[in-house]
Design a binder for this molecule. Structure first.
Ligand code: AMP
Length: 265
């Protein structure tokens, strides 16, 4: 199964990706996480990317495409993967299509997490990430945040690019460069829109329910192990719900409205 999770900044892609890769037994390939790891190791790519990331701008396509090609060629991607945060421009989407073609692969589905803009800005202001593993946590409207990462106990910190000015810039960049990628995939009949509002559990359930028919279509070859395994997982999951899941996300639906910088920060 080869999936793409598409959506604006702070739409919950990271949280949903964590859950989906677990449910589908595939690996997550998140360009933001890959870049943050490069930054942490002070590699030449990390140092080149830093200024773009701090401003909320896109890192140049050539750097991203080289990084993703290297990642997708690793053996753990052979049985399927979930792309998160890539492609973010039409040239990146075209490069991905060429790369997959050389590997005799195609994408199975593009899931578009649709969240109103006002809610995105607010969510980014309430987000902290684990300083060690990068897992994302979003405070509910009435507070409530774990003292440390629920996976490894490391302190939670704000992302530099979640500052109000950078969030606004990232949203502008999304509208100008990334939204056209949706049409690229709509033209290929791959896009499923998912309502991204509500709790993480609600969105996760919608995602699984939307993916189930995709898995049953001829795109998913029944002889392929990577298609059969997630289908079994999915059927079990959908039948079993609603069962409370122990997700480390405390987000709740909030009404969109105009927000000032002080409310965001
Ligand atoms: P994310 O964690 O996906 O929000 O990404 C954080 C930052 O990394 C973005 O604001 C960009 O500066 C950079 N970035 C991540 N993925 C890409 C991409 N596919 N193309 C260009 N820049 C990216």
């Amino acid at each position: 199964m080869r999936l793409l999770l598409f959506g604006p900044p702070a739409s919950g892609k990271g949280t949903q990706a964590d859950q989906l890769v677990h449910d589908m037994a595939i690996v997550q390939v998140a360009t933001g996480d890959l870049l943050r790891a490069e930054l942490a190791s002070r590699s030449p790519l990390g140092l080149a990317a830093r200024a773009y990331m701090d401003r909320g701008d896109l890192v140049p396509d050539a750097l991203i495409i080289e990084m993703i090609a290297e990642r997708l060629l690793r053996p753990d991607c052979a049985k399927g993967f979930l792309l998160d945060g890539f492609p973010r421009t039409v040239p990146q989407a075209e490069a991905l299509e060429s790369l997959l073609a050389t590997l005799s692969m195609t994408l199975d589905s593009v899931c578009y997490l649709d969240v109103p803009t006002e809610m995105l800005v607010r969510r980014a202001g309430r987000r902290l990430i684990c300083s060690s593993c990068g897992r994302s946590y979003t405070r509910g409207p009435r507070g409530g945040m774990p003292a440390g990462c629920q996976v490894d106990g490391a302190p939670l910190v704000a992302r530099d690019d979640d500052r109000p000015a950078a969030v606004r810039r990232r949203l502008e960049v999304y509208l100008e460069h990334t939204l056209p990628v949706l049409d690229f995939y709509r033209n290929r009949g791959l896009v499923t829109r998912i309502d991204g509002t509500g709790t993480a559990e609600e969105v996760s359930r919608r995602l699984l329910e939307a993916l189930l028919p995709r898995l049953a279509t001829p795109r998913a070859d029944p002889d392929r192990q990577d298609a059969v395994l997630p289908r079994l997982v999915l059927e079990r999951e959908v039948q079993a719900r609603p069962v409370a899941r122990d997700l480390p996300v405390l987000d709740r639906h909030v009404e969109p409205r105009n927000l000032s910088d002080s409310e965001i920060a």
